[in-house]
Ligand binder design. Structure first.
Ligand code: KIV
Ligand code: ZN
Length: 519
């Protein structure tokens, strides 16, 4: 196959990203993200791991039915049951793909206790089985970068002969480096018989901070599919960030003459949405999508920027979907101005959603003179739902230097108002204790994070909390000019999500319960 210069973008936010502890998304959120990925031009969406749970299966099959142009892929381990279940989920897609994998490095071979020959036979049988179901089969030797090169060539050849159409080379533990990443792919392509007939993919993790560099180097070596996630979401230090590889290829086409189909102007919106639904905030100085990625503070930089933007910018904010700075809204702004501003920010709300946001906007504008774009985004992306079982009705906290602090709270629980007072070590602790007194639960707070949405003492605070109960994890978020109110709402939001999760759960519901070892 002559290698074109088009690099396919395989997004695994909904599988490898969602699999990272705490990033679990609801069914509707997965559908929404899949639609955004499809819309921005992602070639292949890895929508989940269908055998992992009924919830994963349902999400993958629904995404398969809804996808307009992307290929929909599901993950399966190297056994017939996984592969059959995967096919059941993806077969509805216009373009389905089965992705099957097995760990091939010495450490991974030891887990199912297969010797090299037995593993080779397993690969032959499972890829053949997948190919009998689907024309489009991707095979991955997990931990490829720590697999003996000879053995890797041998098993890649077997997978190709058995019918794999894409060979993915994962750097599962983020161990490789750019030179090696390029050499490995180049070596496979030049050595393995049949390599020219398939697409080679690269799948990098960011443990040493080299995922983007390693993915781009793999492309230099001949890979034509990059596996990545929005915001680099993923296990441990995350996966290759989609926005980084795509923008690197776009900006440095002079030395990396490769193209992708991604509409880069859609990057910011999906980045914000993934941050909200996963509960993983984007670090301020994150490349491309961080809050400071296009901010110029120092005098020298600002001066240079005013004279010529290219002095300190290698790409335009508009290229990644950041609207140019426009005037903030205020309390006299009407519904039409709000709608126009939200459209500018990429939100196309239905009338009832707009009404809801308008009420919250007016409430905020009463408390805050100027409502900036970031404030609006925080308002729109609030996670509260009409059918939440728990709702905050009122909160009054007494603070002082001679504590303990006291919180008086009214909360609606299943439609009935319940009132309580609780003390704690600080206002937030007192508030969380009040929630617990009203709605007793066994969930453990894993993360509590506060950040200011804009500058100034009247800025809204965005609070993110992560809770864990019996292996189920949920994140909640909220924003308010009052940090304690935002904290209470985020905490209650996480509890509501845990309740939904508990209702949905059946044995093995949680994807984390499925072991890669059970091949
Ligand atoms: O990192 C990895 O090896 C994976 C495989 C399942 C492809 O995510
Ligand atoms: Zn991975």
């Amino acid at each position: 196959m002559t290698k074109s210069n088009e690099v396919l973008i395989f997004d695994t936010t909904l599988r490898d990203g969602e699999q990272s502890p705490g990033a679990t998304m609801t069914h509707d959120e997965k559908l929404e993200i899949a639609e955004m990925l499809d819309d921005m031009g992602v070639d292949i969406i890895e929508a989940g791991f269908p055998i992992a749970s009924e919830g994963d299966f349902q999400a993958v099959s629904e995404i398969a039915k809804l996808a307009k142009s992307a290929t929909i892929c599901g993950l399966s381990r190297a056994n017939y049951k996984d592969i059959d279940r995967c096919w059941e989920a993806v077969k509805h897609a216009k373009s389905p793909r089965i992705h099957t994998f097995i760990g091939t490095s010495p450490l991974h071979r030891a887990i199912p206790n297969l010797d090299m020959d037995e593993m080779a036979e397993r690969i032959h049988d499972t890829v053949t089985h997948a190919r009998n179901l689907c024309d489009n089969v991707q095979w991955s030797p997990m931990d490829a970068t720590r697999t003996e090169w000879d053995y890797l060539c041998r098993v890649v050849e077997i997978a190709i002969k058995a019918g794999a159409t894409t060979i993915n080379i994962p750097d599962t533990v983020g161990y490789t480096a750019p030179i090696e990443s390029a050499d490995l792919i180049r070596n496979l392509i030049s050595t393995v018989p049949g390599a020219d007939d398939v697409i080679f993919a690269t799948h990098c993790h960011n443990d040493l901070g080299m995922a983007t560099a390693n993915s781009l180097a793999a492309v230099e070596g001949g890979a034509r599919q990059i596996e990545c996630t929005i915001n680099g979401l993923g296990e441990r230090a995350g996966n290759t960030a989609l926005e980084e590889v795509v923008m690197a290829l776009k900006v440095r086409g002079d030395i990396m003459p490769y193209t992708t189909k991604i509409d880069t102007r859609k990057i910011m919106n999906i980045s914000r949405r993934v941050a909200t639904v996963s509960g993983f905030a984007v670090q301020f100085n994150k490349a491309i999508v961080g809050k400071n990625a296009f901010a110029h503070e120092s005098g020298i930089h600002q001066d240079g920027m005013l004279k010529n933007r290219e002095t300190f910018e290698v790409m335009k904010p508009e290229d990644v979907g950041l609207a140019g700075t426009s005037l903030p809204l205020g309390k006299h702004s009407g519904r039409a101005a709000l709608r126009a501003k939200l459209n500018e920010l990429g939100f196309d709300l239905a009338d009832n959603q707009l009404n809801d946001v308008f009420v919250r906007f007016k409430d905020l504008a009463d408390r805050k003179k100027e409502v900036f774009d970031d404030d609006l985004m925080a308002l729109v992306t609030q996670n509260d739902a009409e059918d939440d079982r728990l709702k905050l009705k009122s909160l009054r906290v007494v603070c002082g230097t001679d504590g303990p602090q006291k919180a008086d709270m009214v909360m609606e629980v299943d439609g009935a108002d319940v009132e309580t007072s609780a003390t704690g070590d600080g206002p937030v602790d007192a508030t969380f204790n009040a929630v617990k007194a009203i709605f007793s639960h066994g969930a453990r707070l894993q993360i509590y994070q506060v950040s200011a949405v804009t500058e100034g003492t009247d800025a809204q605070a965005t609070v993110s909390v992560r809770m864990e109960e019996e292996g189920r994890i949920a994140t909640g978020q909220s924003a308010d000019t009052d940090t304690v109110v935002a904290s209470a709402k985020a905490y209650i939001n996480a509890l509501n999500r845990l309740l939904v999760r508990r209702e949905q759960s059946e044995p093995g519901y949680d994807v984390k319960g499925v072991s890669y070892k059970d091949v």
